[in-house]
Design a protein around this ligand. Structure first.
Ligand SMILES: [Zn+2]
Length: 584
């Protein structure tokens, strides 16, 4: 009877494991309702691996879905070291959210068949916030225009004079408007009249154009158009706690975590002290960015070496360029700017990374050897590069990257043309037929990153006689991970991590004679400093990854002891032993 039941249960378990995980679509971007359905479906398919919760509702009432992914049978999530991955901190950067979801799907689908994924979920926890700004993403999909984080007016509700970007001709995109103006700064480029190039300094009497973003003009006086103000200036990435910088800007909000979505995420990370590393998925640039952000921000030597290894692996897998945020900045490097790194790395000591997926310049075969991507974007490039972009759009995107100029009767400006490069779909996002291929190597890196975290383990737990009815108990604990238990040196310097403690639990009838039940054992090294055996200076000798706790107890034969080692960032490890008279 019992055996039959067991067979049935095993068969059910086998069926459950064999049930496929619903695929993630790559031919469109999911609106919030479809995302919700998919996540709920995934939880139903792998309830043992994934937990779905909401961090709260956005101002427009959308749930902020947060996923906890681990093999619950091998221990609770909070007792394992963790990484946290987020997507769509910026509304228009759809592919970042797709990358986060691709990783989730890889974990759910690969558990049990992919050895690395299985090991990751058996020994570590993965947290994922796939969409930090659900309001923002749906707004960009609905309105077809660029929105930084969310379409909430800030710093003022009152529209300021200037262009309010919107899709005015109803083609679902918000691109550019051009109209003839004898004093315009642009002229058509003769070899390909879709492109506009600057009018020469000494040039007059030609066919000149003025270019604006597609939209309506607020406060138009019939002659002058104000420089475009930021109508929705909030940048979630600048609203984290930590150093706010000294640059005057409206992007960071009135005070840290004033943005409800940021406050919810910051609380979620704060409440999970097992997090060791963080990755935020953005577009575009083909970059893996690390701290520092500002001049004068120090990084301890051990962390610099760890970052070099981890980001180097990301670059090797993705083909992206691993550099510091500071090295990316080409203008105003002296300005102190706020960034989420200021809290995640500089305060908490989490290894934090920004991945900028996709580089249309690389895709189009444009060489950045003699320049930098950011200099290019500031307009310092030859027109031939733009021809390459156009040709690539024509040949590989069916022309979808550039909207052909088409006549339109603008209510304020009269007859003009609407068209130009589609910055949202071409620049900020990966063409759908390349999307999965572009994000897949990054998910492989996230598995590697998770497996690099520290992991406490009990090496041995033994008893030997220590006199009449007395026993010496010895617990040997080790860190089997690559990173040290503290994760980063910054965490130690900032006192944002505590050390390991071990606790002996006494059974009834046993008594502690020597040694505290709870003992503090500090930090254990990983393998990060073991670089080479070719010299005396390139490795750490001995067993810096190991520590011992000892107790003397009075106990009768047959007494069962348990011991637990705990480290907030390196996980928990337990062991049991039964005192046996045979030991002497
Ligand atoms: Zn971004």
């Amino acid at each position: 009877m019992r055996a039959t039941l067991l067979v049935v249960l095993l068969a059910l378990a086998g069926l459950a494991a064999a049930q496929p995980v619903a695929p993630l679509p790559y031919d469109h971007i999911l609106r919030h309702a479809e995302l919700t359905n998919l996540l709920q479906q995934w939880v139903g398919e792998r309830p043992n691996l994934m937990k779905l919760e909401s961090l709260g509702k956005t101002p427009k009432g959308r749930e902020m879905w947060f996923l906890t992914i681990t093999n619950q049978a091998s221990g609770p999530a909070e007792e394992k070291p963790a990484i946290v991955v987020d997507g769509n901190m910026h509304a228009t950067e759809w592919a970042g959210g797709v990358a986060a979801l691709h990783f989730v799907h890889k974990l759910l689908d690969g558990y049990g068949s992919d050895e690395r994924v299985t090991r990751l979920l058996d020994t570590r926890t993965v947290y994922v916030l796939p969409r930090m700004t659900p309001d923002g993403v749906d707004a960009t999909l609905d309105q077809g225009r660029f929105i930084r984080s969310v379409d909430r007016p800030y710093p003022t509700e009152t529209p300021q004079p200037g262009i309010i970007p919107k899709d005015v001709n109803g083609d679902g995109r918000s691109v550019f408007m051009r109209y003839r103006d004898p004093n315009g700064p642009w002229k058509e480029y003769a070899p390909d009249k879709r492109l506009l190039v600057p009018r020469d300094p000494d040039e007059t009497g030609g066919d000149y154009w003025r270019v604006l973003r597609e939209g309506m003009i607020e406060g138009y006086d019939g002659a002058t158009i104000a420089d475009e103000p930021e109508h929705e200036a909030l940048d979630f990435g600048a609203n984290f706690p930590g150093d706010r910088g000294t640059t005057v800007s409206q992007t960071d909000g009135p005070y840290p975590t004033s943005v409800p979505e940021v406050a919810a995420y910051v609380a979620a990370i704060s409440n999970r002290p097992n997090i060791v590393a963080h990755v935020t998925c953005h577009t575009f640039g083909g970059l893996v960015l690390t701290p520092p952000v500002n001049l004068g921000e120090d990084m301890p030597e051990p962390d610099r070496l760890v970052y070099a290894t981890l980001a180097g692996k990301a670059a090797a897998l993705t083909g992206y360029n691993a550099i510091s945020y500071l090295d990316l900045r080409s203008v105003d490097r002296e300005k102190q700017i706020p960034s989420a790194f200021g809290w995640l790395y500089d305060r908490l000591g989490l290894y934090s990374f920004i991945t900028e997926f996709w580089n249309p310049l690389t895709a189009a075969g444009i060489s950045l050897e003699k320049t930098t991507a950011s200099a290019w974007l500031w307009g310092f490039h030859p027109v031939e590069d733009e021809i390459k972009l156009l040709r690539w759009s024509d040949q590989h995107l069916d022309g979808d990257g550039f909207v052909a100029w088409r006549g339109f009767d603008h209510p304020q400006l009269g007859k003009l043309e609407i068209g130009g490069f589609d910055l949202i779909r071409y620049w900020y996002n990966i063409p759908f037929d390349r999307l999965e291929r572009e994000v897949a190597p990054h998910s492989e890196w996230l598995v590697y990153l998770g497996l690099s975290t520290p992991r406490l383990s009990v090496r041995s737990f033994t008893a030997e006689p220590a006199g009449e009815g007395l026993w010496r108990l010895r617990l040997v604990v080790e860190n089997t991970g690559w990173l040290p238990t503290q994760g980063s040196q910054m965490a130690v310097d900032r006192q944002s991590v505590t050390g390991m403690n071990v606790e002996l639990k006494l059974p009834a009838g046993a008594r502690l004679v020597q040694g505290a039940a709870v003992q503090q054992l500090g930090q254990l090294a990983g393998r990060t400093t073991q670089r080479s055996t070719a010299s005396w200076w390139s490795y750490t000798p001995g067993t810096p990854d190991r520590a011992i706790a000892e107790w003397i107890v009075a106990a009768p034969s047959g007494a069962a002891f348990s011991a637990e080692a705990r480290h907030e960032r390196a996980g928990n490890a337990r062991a049991e032993l039964v005192i046996s008279a045979k030991a002497d």
